[in-house]
Design a protein around this ligand. Structure first.
Ligand SMILES: CC(=O)N[C@H]1[C@@H](OP(=O)(O)OP(=O)(O)OC[C@H]2O[C@@H](n3ccc(=O)[nH]c3=O)[C@H](O)[C@@H]2O)O[C@H](CO)[C@@H](O)[C@@H]1O[C@H](C)C(=O)N[C@@H](C)C(=O)N[C@H](CCC(=O)O)C(=O)O
Ligand SMILES: Nc1ncnc2c1ncn2[C@@H]1O[C@H](COP(=O)(O)OP(=O)(O)OP(=O)(O)O)[C@@H](O)[C@H]1O
Length: 492
């Protein structure tokens, strides 16, 4: 891209040295710099990108964008000084990739729990109704036949623009994105022209980062505020009417709000809910009338997720509620989210991803309607992440008859301190602490009796555990299936 055209979008800058005519890529990570890249120095949490400018120059960068003067030979390389490199990066990335989101319908889903579920449902509803859609979130991105991994639920601003551009070139015109509070706080979504933004719920998580629930909630609100103020465009916010943050987010956007819920009056409301071991049915009251919905997703929380997705797609006015309800009926449950293992054993096992107090409460509540014998619950939490939620997780887990406290990803933290933090919240004595996750799963299955329900929560279908910063192979599902086969003499 022409360098002058690219930099023209930045007002406050000083240029030192001669700019090359063209820029061949923009990079914020010196390790990715190529010949003729523009390298922009970002001040991060762990390091300061300004420390890597010389590495970037060695790798072929021709322009450095920074917030301060750097010891650069201006006869060979150019230095552009700006006030705020994070904001400059967003502006440059959007311009470099030609504002791809402007020509797409972009859905953004935020909330403490349910983002992956709701975005997956929206993506499938669109695809089943012949729309070209792609999904970007915790599980990366699937672009036609290509899978792109992502380190974050919400990618950095440069990767977002790059992926949106790539998707647009492949003819994708609907993008469904998971939006984390970290992503919003760090400006990773800057410049994305969202059309429909959806809120699932807000409960305790990430207080290591946000410190207070108020900060956490207001940060989530940026998604609704950033929907914009241009009423010549048709945009919508889809809000959970039963959540206390409904009123706050309603105020944050000038666009029409479509509400959904169960307990309060809402535009999309579920009533007459019946719960089964492998499906849920309910009556949906909607602006297009009443429908009977059947879904393979279980539990009340998934009723919320289901109607949030229907309301989000409905907002674009292209697919009828009737077609959306039909499409939902044959959709499979979401990988690793209250996913029932297909095993021929006298017990029922669900693999789940709950790792917040609220998600744990909801996961256990979802199997209560068909509890015959005991509920056994394996739950872990991660190291080097929000410590304050740990006792509350165990408190909610105490609703189960037997609890195994274990670890999700220890990262660099001492595993026994993680377990001790959780243990403080236990409300009964029917529990054990088992640091090794594999042993925890083997133990719970060994303990099971016919008629029991086991929920293995915290990792979903992830195929690794992060220990000492390294990913070690691990699969809750594989361990559970193998142990079940031994205990109950099954042919697997
Ligand atoms: C605490 C946090 O959010 N950190 C995010 C942040 O990284 P950082 O500030 O630590 O970056 P840094 O390592 O200090 O580097 C600063 C700059 O130097 C550059 N650098 C660095 C090293 C080098 O050799 N060369 C170089 O140029 C980096 O590319 C960067 O531009 O910016 C990075 C790029 O956007 C993110 O990948 C990273 O997420 C880390 C991996 C993370 O674990 N974040 C979690 C807390 C998170 O964001 N989670 C949410 C999901 C939450 C949920 O479950 O709901 C998410 O969206 O993923
Ligand atoms: N609407 C909801 N309300 C409460 N709990 C939920 C809801 N939806 C899902 N959960 C619980 O949270 C877990 C994670 O669900 P999901 O992956 O959809 O959420 P997420 O917001 O994407 O989480 P993360 O950001 O941590 O990846 C599920 O396995 C389930 O236990």
């Amino acid at each position: 891209m022409n360098t002058y055209g690219l930099l023209a979008s930045l007002k406050l800058k000083s240029i030192h040295g001669t700019l090359p005519d063209k820029v061949h890529s923009i990079e914020q990570d010196s390790r990715k710099v190529k010949q003729n890249s523009l390298f922009i120095c970002i001040r991060g949490f762990r390091s300061d990108g300004h420390a890597f400018y010389s590495e970037a120059l060695k790798k072929g960068a021709t322009i450095i964008v920074a917030e301060e003067k750097l010891a650069i030979d201006h006869t060979k390389h150019a230095l552009v000084i700006v006030k705020d490199t994070a904001k400059a990066l967003a502006i440059l990335a959007n311009k470099y990739y030609n504002y791809p989101s402007k020509n797409m319908t972009v859905f953004g889903v935020t909330g403490t729990n349910g983002k992956t579920t709701v975005t997956t449902l929206i993506n499938q509803l669109l695809q089943k109704n012949n729309q070209q859609a792609a999904l970007l979130g915790t599980n990366g991105m699937q672009l036609l036949n290509e899978s792109l991994e992502s380190n974050n639920t919400t990618c950095d601003v440069l990767t977002n623009q790059k992926l949106l551009h790539k998707a647009a070139n492949l003819g994708i015109d609907h993008m469904v994105m998971e939006v984390s509070s970290h992503g919003l706080d760090q400006g990773r979504l800057r410049g994305i022209d969202f059309d429909v933004v959806t809120f699932t719920n807000l409960t305790q998580d990430h207080l290591d980062y946000h410190k207070t629930m108020e900060h956490y909630g207001n940060t989530k609100g940026l998604l609704f505020a950033q929907l914009g103020n241009n009423l010549t465009q048709e945009k919508n916010a889809i809000l959970n009417r039963d959540d206390p943050w409904y009123e706050v987010y309603n105020c944050m956007t000038p666009y029409e709000v479509i509400s959904y819920g169960i307990y309060k009056d809402a535009d999309f409301r579920a009533t007459n809910i019946t719960y089964h071991v492998d499906r849920t049915s309910f009556t949906l009251l909607s602006p297009e009338g009443e429908f009977t919905v059947t879904t393979k997703l279980i539990g009340e929380f998934n009723v919320y997720n289901t109607i949030a997705s229907i309301a989000s797609v409905y907002a674009r006015g292209v697919i009828s509620v009737s077609d959306l309800v039909t499409s939902l009926s044959d959709m499979d449950c979401i990988n690793g989210r209250m996913q029932k293992l297909e095993i021929d054993a006298p017990i029922t096992i669900y693999i789940d991803y709950a790792h917040t107090p609220d998600a744990i409460e909801k996961a256990i509540a979802s199997v209560y309607p068909f509890k015959q014998n005991r509920i056994l619950f394996v739950v872990g939490t991660g190291g080097d992440r929000d410590e304050s939620k740990r006792p509350f997780m165990a408190e909610k887990a105490s609703v189960a008859d037997y609890v195994v406290l274990t670890i999700n990803d220890s990262r660099y933290e001492d595993t026994s301190s993680i377990l001790r933090d959780m243990e403080k919240g236990m409300q009964h004595n029917n529990y054990v602490l088992i640091e090794n996750r594999k042993s925890a799963i083997v133990h719970v299955i060994e303990e099971s009796e016919p008629g029991d329900i086991i929920i293995i929560a915290g990792k979903g279908l992830e195929e690794y555990q992060i220990i000492e910063g390294k990913k070690q192979p691990h699969s809750d599902k594989k361990i559970a299936v193998e142990k079940c086969a031994i205990k109950y003499n099954l042919n697997v």
